[in-house]
Every structure is written in structure tokens, then in C-alpha cells.
Design a binder for this molecule. Structure first.
Ligand SMILES: Nc1nc2c(ncn2[C@@H]2O[C@H](COP(=O)(O)OP(=O)(O)OP(=O)(O)O)[C@@H](O)[C@H]2O)c(=O)[nH]1
Ligand SMILES: [Mg+2]
Length: 358
């Protein structure tokens, strides 16, 4: 019960955070083709997003901005741990007590990392009392950032005078944001990819903010066909199908094109060798080959796709491996160009009809 209320509270907080980020960052900027990534947790959305981030590139100036955030975040995380040790009356090692005082004052100062700070943080992070609280963070309901441990473990590297955050460092920070965006120019067109960290139960609440998205990349993990959710023991591929139907058919996304990516093709092909597809769907009577099972799945998803305002070529589906960067790039840019073209044709058709009526 306690667990349920805590997760509800976290969902609410996350939801408020998204509202704020939507208001702050303005989801759609003029002149940009916006593409939204949707799908069940673990399906591969961020893997795909990061491929675009890698080509969009992060200028060094952007990476250097992360440096300040990393610094302040790391201090804030150690302060949460210290505070909990105090509340639990778990003493730190005597030599770390003065370090706590110093670090507390650093949280109010402008971001400038010194080797003394990293030394203090290193000792505090390795204090048995802090480690103990950190290990019990879920049980204690500590609201720590997802990247806290990563940065603590990398203190030595990030405290160097000439430290420039790497793309992986920036991706770690990304985990704490509810909305991540990257802009990419390709063949004269500016694209914006949006990856959202949100629990599926919250989707209904914010989907209306994305009503002017050109296309949704809906990512399905094929590997999920023998996986079940912990809470309700529902098959994860079925959960994916429900989410797909709910989001792409919602009134807010009915005008957006769909790129349905059946991802983790590599793992799926391997799994088919040992796990019969009919275990997932008893109605399936075909052979246990990739060709037949994939065609069956594609039909299953297509049966849940309402055309809405989309013409046929605004709905595309592919079996992909998100780890293969060239495959992802080629597929996304070819499909979006097709959707764009088709939308322009639709608009021309509409204006011709209007002219004829006048
Ligand atoms: N083998 C293989 N692994 C993949 C593929 N796509 C993604 N992965 C892995 O699957 C895991 C989950 O991928 P993410 O991109 O984090 O999934 P996500 O949809 O962003 O998940 P959430 O952020 O939790 O919603 C990562 O370890 C990826 O490396 C793929 O095509 N093949
Ligand atoms: Mg993700």
C-alpha cells in the first residue's frame, strides 16, 4: 500500500515536471519538423533518439554547460544522503564531519569545481554510513537522481581542471529530464526529435501537447513476446499493442504520420530459435520463422491502426535493429520525407477542391 501511494506521488511529481517543461521549452518551434518517440519502457526509444543526438552533435559549448549542472547535481545528491544519515542518527566517520560542513556551503556557491571538492565528495561517497543509506534508497524512498551513482563513480575524471563532459555524461543527465529534444538538419530540412521519459499511465494527460507532430515513431520491442509485466503479469507485447492503439488513435495524433518500428530484430531472431511464437499467441499456427511471425505481428498491429486523417503512405512499418545507426537513419529520413510529401499533396488536393467549389 505504502509502495503504491509512493509511486502515485512520484508519478504526480513527474507529471508536474512535464507540464513545466512543456510550458518552458515550447514543444513545437516554427519551421521544425517534429517527431515524437513513443513506446513501452525498454523498447529502444532513447537508443534511437541518441543516434540522432550523435549526428545532431552536441557542440562543446553545450557540453560545457552540462559541467555546471553535473557539479551542482552531484553536490545536491550527496546532501540528500548526508541529510538522511542525520535523520536516521547514523554517524559518519569523524574525519568526514568537517567535509559535510564544507560541502553544504558549496551548494550555495556558483558552479566551480575544485580538486578539494572532489576529494571531499570522494570521501563522503565512500563513507560506510552514506553507502548504507544509498543501498537502501528505494526502501527509504529517497528522491535521488538516476545518474547520481554514475557521477559519484566518475569523480576523479570529472574533477579534472580541463574536464569537458562526454556525450555519455550528457546522456546520463538526460535520464533525469522528462523531455529530451535534439535538432538535426538533413538535406535542408530541420527536424526535432522528442524523447519523453514518462510512465505510460500518464500519457493521456499530456498527449494533447503534441498535436502538431509530423510523425510518431512508435517503438515495439519484439523481444517482449515472452515477457510479462511484474505488477499485472500481462504480456509486454500486448501492453505495447494497447499503448500503440491508444496513442496513435488518440484524437491528438490522428493527423500525425506513423513510423512503426518493430525493434530488437536481432534478439527476436535469436529468441525464435528456442521460444515458440505460439507461446505468446495461441491463435498463431504458422511456422516459427522470422518471415512468418513478423508478417503476423505486423497484421496484428495494423488491425489496431485507424487511418484517421492519414493517407496510406503516412503509415509505415519496419523491422529494425536500433543499434544499427545507418539502418535507423535511412529508414527515418526516407519515411519522414514520404510523409511530408504526402501531407503537401493532401494540402494541394484540399486547396484544389476548395477552388473548384468557389
Ligand atoms: N540487441 C538490441 N538491443 C537494443 C536494441 N534497441 C535497444 N536495445 C537495448 O535495449 C535497452 C533499452 O533501450 P532504451 O533505448 O533505453 O529503451 P527506452 O524505450 O528508452 O526505455 P525507457 O526510457 O525506460 O522508456 C538498452 O540497453 C538498449 O541498448 C536492438 O535493436 N537490439
Ligand atoms: Mg528512454
Amino acid at each position: 500500500m505504502l509502495c503504491g501511494s509512493n509511486s502515485q506521488r512520484q508519478e504526480q511529481q513527474w507529471s508536474l515536471k512535464i507540464d513545466k517543461e512543456i510550458a518552458d521549452e515550447r514543444i513545437t518551434k516554427e519551421g521544425m519538423i517534429s517527431i515524437l518517440l513513443l513506446g513501452q519502457s525498454g523498447s529502444g526509444k532513447t537508443t534511437i533518439f541518441n543516434k540522432f543526438k550523435a549526428i545532431g552533435g552536441e557542440p562543446t559549448s553545450e557540453l560545457l554547460k552540462c559541467r555546471d549542472t553535473i557539479f551542482l547535481n552531484t553536490i545536491s545528491q550527496i546532501l540528500i544522503l548526508i541529510d538522511r544519515c542525520n535523520k536516521l542518527s547514523t554517524p559518519l566517520l569523524p574525519e568526514n564531519v568537517p567535509r559535510c560542513q564544507i560541502i553544504k556551503t558549496r551548494s550555495n556557491e556558483s558552479a566551480h569545481w575544485t580538486s578539494k571538492d572532489s576529494e571531499d565528495l570522494f570521501h563522503l561517497w565512500n563513507d560506510p554510513a552514506i553507502k548504507n543509506v544509498f543501498e537502501k534508497r528505494n526502501q527509504l524512498q529517497l528522491e535521488l537522481s538516476n545518474s547520481a551513482e554514475y557521477f559519484f563513480e566518475n569523480l576523479e575524471r570529472i574533477s579534472k581542471e580541463d574536464y569537458v563532459p562526454s556525450v555519455s555524461d550528457s546522456q546520463q543527465l538526460q535520464k533525469n529530464k522528462s523531455i529530451n529534444e535534439v535538432s538535426v538538419s538533413f538535406e535542408g530540412v530541420d527536424y526535432k526529435f522528442i524523447d519523453i521519459n514518462v510512465q505510460n499511465s500518464q500519457i493521456r494527460k499530456w498527449i494533447h501537447c503534441f498535436n502538431d507532430i509530423l510523425a510518431v515513431i512508435f517503438v515495439v520491442s519484439l523481444d517482449d513476446y515472452d515477457q510479462y509485466s511484474q505488477e499485472e503479469e500481462v504480456n509486454k507485447l500486448d501492453l505495447s499493442l494497447d499503448l500503440y492503439s491508444e496513442t496513435t488513435n488518440s484524437m491528438w495524433l490522428q493527423r500525425s504520420g506513423i513510423l512503426l518500428f518493430f525493434n530488437k530484430k536481432d534478439l527476436f531472431i535469436e529468441k525464435l530459435k528456442t521460444v515458440p511464437f505460439s507461446n505468446y499467441d495461441a491463435q498463431y499456427t504458422g511456422n516459427n520463422t522470422f518471415e512468418e511471425t513478423s508478417a503476423y505481428l505486423q497484421n496484428k498491429f495494423m488491425a489496431k491502426t485507424h487511418k484517421g486523417y492519414r493517407s496510406d503512405n503516412q503509415i509505415q512499418s519496419h523491422f529494425v535493429n536500433a543499434l544499427d545507426v545507418s539502418e535507423i537513419m535511412r529508414t527515418v529520413f526516407t519515411d519522414t520525407k514520404e510523409i511530408l510529401l504526402s501531407k503537401v499533396m493532401d494540402l494541394c488536393g484540399q486547396s484544389n477542391t476548395a477552388n473548384m467549389e468557389n
